[in-house]
Write a protein that binds this ligand. Structure first.
Ligand code: HEC
Ligand code: HEC
Ligand code: HEC
Ligand code: HEC
Ligand code: HEC
Length: 216
C-alpha cells in the first residue's frame, strides 16, 4: 500500500517537473525571437513572462484548462475589422496615445472612435485588395453611424479596481503589461494578469499591496 502511494507521489513530481521545464523552454524560445520594433533593441517582453511565480503555471492559462478563456493568457479574439497594430504603429509610427488618447488621463484606456479612424481613412483607401476590403468595412460603420463592435481582449473581474493613469504616470510602459503590441497583427493577451502578477510588480516597485487599493 505505502509503495503505491510512493509511486503516486513520485509520478506527480515527475509530471510537475516536466511541466515547469517545458514551459521555461517554451518561454525562452519566445523571448529569443527578438523584436524588430525600432524603439526596443531587444524583446523587452512581458514582465517576468507574465507570471506570478514558478508555480503559477502559465501552461494552465495557455491551454485554458481552468477559468474562462477571456481571462487567460493567449486570448486572441477575432475582431470585426482586421485592424493591425503592425501597420499603424510599427510601419506608420502612430503613437499609442493618438488612438488610446485618455490612457494617461483616466482609469480606462479608450478604444478610438470611428471618427478618429476616418480622420485618415476618408482619404487613405488602402493598397492591396485585402486592405481595401477591411477599410470598406470601416467606412460602412462610419456611414451607418454605428460604433465598431470590438471584442475586448483584456477583461478584469468586476471586483478589481485597475487604473491606467496611475501606471502611465509612474512610468510603467504599455509593453510591461501588454507585450509587444506593435508587432501584433491581432491583439493577444500575453500576461496572466492574475493577482500574483500584479502584486509581484507592486512589491518590486514599492507600490501599495493593500487589499483595498485593488479591490472595491
Ligand atoms: C490607429 C489607432 C491605434 C494605435 C496607434 C494604437 N492602437 Fe491599440 N487598439 C486600436 C483599436 C482600434 C483597438 C481595438 C481592436 C483590437 O483589439 O485590435 C486596439 C486595441 C488595443 C489593445 C487591446 C484592448 C482590449 O480590448 O483589451 C491594447 C492593449 C492596445 N490596443 C494597446 C496599444 C498600444 C500599447 C499601442 C502603442 C504601441 C497602441 N495600442 C496603438 C487602435 C490603435
Ligand atoms: C494617422 C492615420 C491613420 C489613422 C488614425 C488610422 N489609420 Fe488605418 N491605416 C493608415 C495607413 C497609412 C494604412 C496603410 C494603408 C496602405 O498601406 O495603403 C492603414 C491601414 C488600415 C487597414 C488595412 C489593414 C491593415 O491594418 O493594414 C485597416 C483595416 C485600417 N487601417 C483600419 C483603421 C481603423 C479601424 C482605425 C481607427 C481605429 C484606423 N485605421 C486609424 C492610417 C491610419
Ligand atoms: C500595469 C499594467 C498595464 C499597463 C502599464 C498598461 N495597461 Fe492597458 N490594460 C491593463 C489591464 C489590467 C487592462 C484591463 C482593464 C479592465 O478590464 O478594467 C487593460 C486594458 C487596456 C485597454 C482596453 C480598454 C480598457 O481600459 O479596458 C487598452 C486599449 C489598453 N489597456 C491600452 C494600454 C496602453 C496604450 C498602455 C500604455 C500607455 C497601457 N494599456 C498600459 C494593464 C495595463
Ligand atoms: C509592471 C509593474 C506593475 C504591474 C504588473 C501592476 N502594477 Fe499597479 N502600479 C505599479 C506602479 C509602479 C504603481 C504606481 C504607484 C504610485 O503611484 O505610487 C501602481 C499603482 C497602482 C494603483 C494605484 C495605487 C494607489 O495608491 O492609488 C492601482 C489601483 C494598481 N496599481 C492596480 C494594479 C492591478 C489591479 C494590477 C494587475 C492587474 C497592477 N496594478 C499591476 C506597477 C504595476
Ligand atoms: C495589486 C493589486 C491587488 C492587490 C493589492 C490585492 N489583489 Fe486580490 N486580486 C487582484 C486581481 C487582479 C484579482 C483577479 C485575478 C483573476 O483575474 O483571476 C484578484 C483576485 C482576488 C480574489 C479572488 C480569488 C482569485 O484568486 O481569483 C480574492 C479573494 C482576493 N483577490 C483577495 C485579496 C486580498 C485579501 C488582498 C490583500 C491581502 C488582495 N486581494 C490584494 C489584485 C489585487
Amino acid at each position: 500500500m505505502t509503495k503505491i502511494i510512493k509511486y503516486f507521489i513520485f509520478t506527480i513530481c515527475l509530471v510537475l517537473t516536466f511541466l515547469v521545464v517545458f514551459q521555461r523552454i517554451q518561454l525562452r524560445a519566445e523571448n529569443k525571437q527578438g523584436s524588430n520594433y525600432p524603439l526596443s533593441g531587444k524583446r523587452a517582453g512581458v514582465w517576468n513572462d507574465g507570471q506570478a511565480a514558478l508555480w503559477d503555471l502559465n501552461i494552465l492559462d495557455h491551454y485554458r484548462l481552468f477559468g474562462s478563456p477571456e481571462r487567460a493568457r493567449g486570448y486572441k479574439p477575432e475582431q470585426p475589422i482586421n485592424f493591425s497594430h503592425v501597420t499603424h504603429v510599427q510601419e506608420k509610427g502612430i503613437e499609442c496615445q493618438f488612438c488610446h488618447w485618455n490612457v494617461a488621463k483616466s482609469p480606462y484606456a479608450a478604444i478610438p472612435e470611428v471618427q478618429t479612424c476616418m480622420g485618415c481613412h476618408s482619404i487613405i483607401a488602402g493598397t492591396s485588395e485585402e486592405q481595401k476590403k477591411e477599410i470598406n468595412k470601416l467606412k460602412d460603420y462610419s456611414s451607418k453611424g454605428e460604433p465598431i463592435p470590438w471584442e475586448k481582449v483584456h477583461v478584469m473581474p468586476d471586483y478589481v479596481r485597475f487604473n491606467h493613469k496611475r501606471h502611465v504616470k509612474a512610468g510603467v510602459a504599455c509593453q510591461s503589461c501588454h507585450g509587444q503590441i506593435p508587432e501584433m497583427e491581432t491583439v493577444e493577451r500575453v500576461s496572466s494578469m492574475k493577482m500574483g502578477w500584479c502584486i509581484d510588480c507592486h512589491r518590486e516597485q514599492a507600490s501599495s499591496i493593500d487589499c483595498y487599493v485593488c479591490h472595491k
